[in-house]
Design a binder for this molecule. Structure first.
Ligand code: HEM
Length: 153
């Protein structure tokens, strides 16, 4: 059972977090390029990137759910590395929900009415996206290294 849960947890992390990382990282440069390109097509691309982020972020809820189920089955819920991972996962989700997705929406609204997008706005969005990526990458390292753990490799 533990192996099945762990497999599903890792699969969910790959399938859900991967697309969010790529689409969110592509969003700021794509939004910046809109005025220089065929408007409607370019905005369509930016909208698709936002949709990928939103849909896969929702699917991503399964990552901590399956992670907690795995931790429960393994009896490691009280481990330091796990508690730190839970906190960092919550922080990553918070950054995505409170900063990345709403700012993407704001930018899309401006692009829809052909208002200029300030360079500083896309730079700030890229910064929040970078923080999100850094947080979940740190969680992945913690999941693999498990500092202080005496079980497994
Ligand atoms: C609430 C959040 C999370 C919990 C409770 C959790 C829990 C767990 C547990 C218990 C394991 C098994 C570790 C072991 O084999 O001893 C695991 C493995 C793993 N988790 Fe998570 N996890 C969470 C979030 C994440 C996130 C956000 C990612 C990546 C995006 C992730 C990626 C992985 C990977 C790649 C492994 C396999 C590590 C290995 O077996 O070497 N987890 N997780």
């Amino acid at each position: 059972m533990t192996k099945i849960l762990l497999t599903l947890h890792v699969l969910a992390a790959i399938v859900a977090v991967g697309p969010v990382t790529v689409a969110a990282s592509m969003f700021p440069p794509a939004a910046r390029r809109v005025p220089a390109r065929d408007g409607a097509v370019a905005v369509g691309t930016v909208r698709l990137l936002h949709r990928i982020c939103r849909v896969y972020a929702t699917i991503g809820v399964s990552v901590p759910v399956l992670g907690l189920a795995t931790a429960l089955a393994m009896g490691v819920l009280g481990s330091g590395w796990l508690i730190t991972s839970v906190a960092l996962t919550a922080a990553a989700a918070g950054v995505l929900i409170a900063f990345v997705l709403p700012r993407q929406e704001e930018l899309l609204e401006r692009l829809d009415v052909e208002k200029p997008v300030e360079h500083a706005t896309t730079v700030r969005l890229a910064m929040f996206t970078g923080i999100f990526n850094l947080l979940w990458a740190t969680v992945t390292v913690l999941m693999i290294v498990r500092p202080g753990s005496t079980t497994g490799a």
